[in-house]
Design a protein around this ligand. Structure first.
Ligand code: RIB
Ligand code: CA
Length: 322
């Protein structure tokens, strides 16, 4: 069993990733930690509680960061991508349940401390909570088993940015936090646009989920309408990239991915704000601290068909839970 903390700015693709985790056989979901990003912290936390309770997910919800550490490329929430409520503007009833009183960053520290070497932290929003956790606990890199990040873009497979020519949304939303995290020495794998934009879900895929995966399939179908409309407006195709679920796929089946080791820094100001830059550990650079950076793994390739099959098969087991 993999003990997992899911750190999410829960919008549409985050919710799909959470259900992927929930229905995966060998995952013990210890906590859902929310952050601002796809919507405000109030809305993402409400969404986490809603999805948790609708699908009987046995994990506490901790409310995390409501703002970035310092700079951000954004001054508003992307309702044109995720809807005003963050879940494609489906009807969300009033939620009675409340989040835990412990702050999200503190919860990461507490759970990692109680389970040294055992926790996989899957972070699919801004890295604000992880950076705040590092501030609270500088030993966190030795406590975590691994950190899997959906974020960034390194130019592999022609993918560079989705919110600027060089920046990806999760990193651009809190670049300093990302830079701290990537330099911290936490064993980190970065699942960036290089691979997440390589895999797409189309109408046929969503229809199959709706017909085969019970209420979970219906829910995914419903929230994906808004997401697909956004993608169609942007690309002319009624298909969407598979961002956050690709990070979960890496946790469940890393063999679906090719990776390479790299030092990673993040640009925090100027027109390239949010750009992720990788340095090659086999090259001796003449300037700066490029040679001393801790190594991360960055994903450079993915077996998209295998990933989609894994997602579909996992979601099919939702029927057994209903
Ligand atoms: O760039 C894609 C990422 O930004 C995803 O995590 C999505 O949920 C948004 O937060
Ligand atoms: Ca996300």
């Amino acid at each position: 069993m993999k003990k997992v903390i899911f750190d999410t700015d829960i919008g549409i693709d985050d919710a799909m990733a959470l259900l992927f985790l929930h229905y995966a056989r060998d995952v013990d979901l210890q906590a859902i930690v929310t952050g601002f990003g796809n919507a405000s912290i109030e809305d993402t936390t409400r969404n986490a509680l809603y999805v948790r309770d609708r699908f009987n997910i046995a994990a506490p919800v901790y409310r995390g960061a409501e703002e970035s550490m310092s700079t951000s490329l954004f001054d508003s929430y992307p309702d044109f991508v995720h809807g005003k409520n963050g879940l494609g503007d489906i009807d969300i009833p009033h939620i009675r349940a409340t989040h835990e009183s412990t702050d999200g960053a503190q919860a990461i520290v507490d759970i990692a401390t109680a389970n040294p070497g055992d926790i996989s932290l899957v972070a699919v929003g801004r890295l604000s909570n992880v950076a705040n956790a590092l501030k609270l606990c500088p030993e966190l890199p030795q406590l975590l088993r691994e950190l899997i990040v959906m974020g960034g873009a390194f130019g592999f497979n022609g993918h560079r940015g989705n919110v600027s020519p060089v920046a990806e949304a999760n990193i651009a939303g809190d670049p300093e936090a990302a830079d701290i995290v990537f330099q911290s020495g936490i064993p980190t794998t970065i699942v960036g646009l290089d691979v997440t934009a390589q895999t797409t879900m189309d109408d046929n895929f969503f229809e199959l989920l709706k017909n085969e995966a019970g209420d979970a399939g219906q829910f995914i179908f419903d929230i994906s309408r808004h997401y697909l409309a956004f993608h169609e407006e942007r690309t002319g195709r009624h298909v969407c990239s598979v961002h956050d679920s690709s990070a979960v796929a890496y946790l469940l089946a890393p063999e679906l991915f090719t990776t390479r080791d790299a030092g990673v820094r993040v640009v925090s100001t100027g027109p390239a704000m949010g750009q992720t830059i990788w340095s090659d550990p086999n090259v001796s650079y003449q300037t700066g601290t490029w040679n001393e950076l801790p190594r991360c793994k960055i994903c450079t390739g993915v077996d998209s068909r295998g990933l989609l099959t894994l997602y579909r098969k996992t979601l099919l087991s939702a029927v057994d839970h209903s």
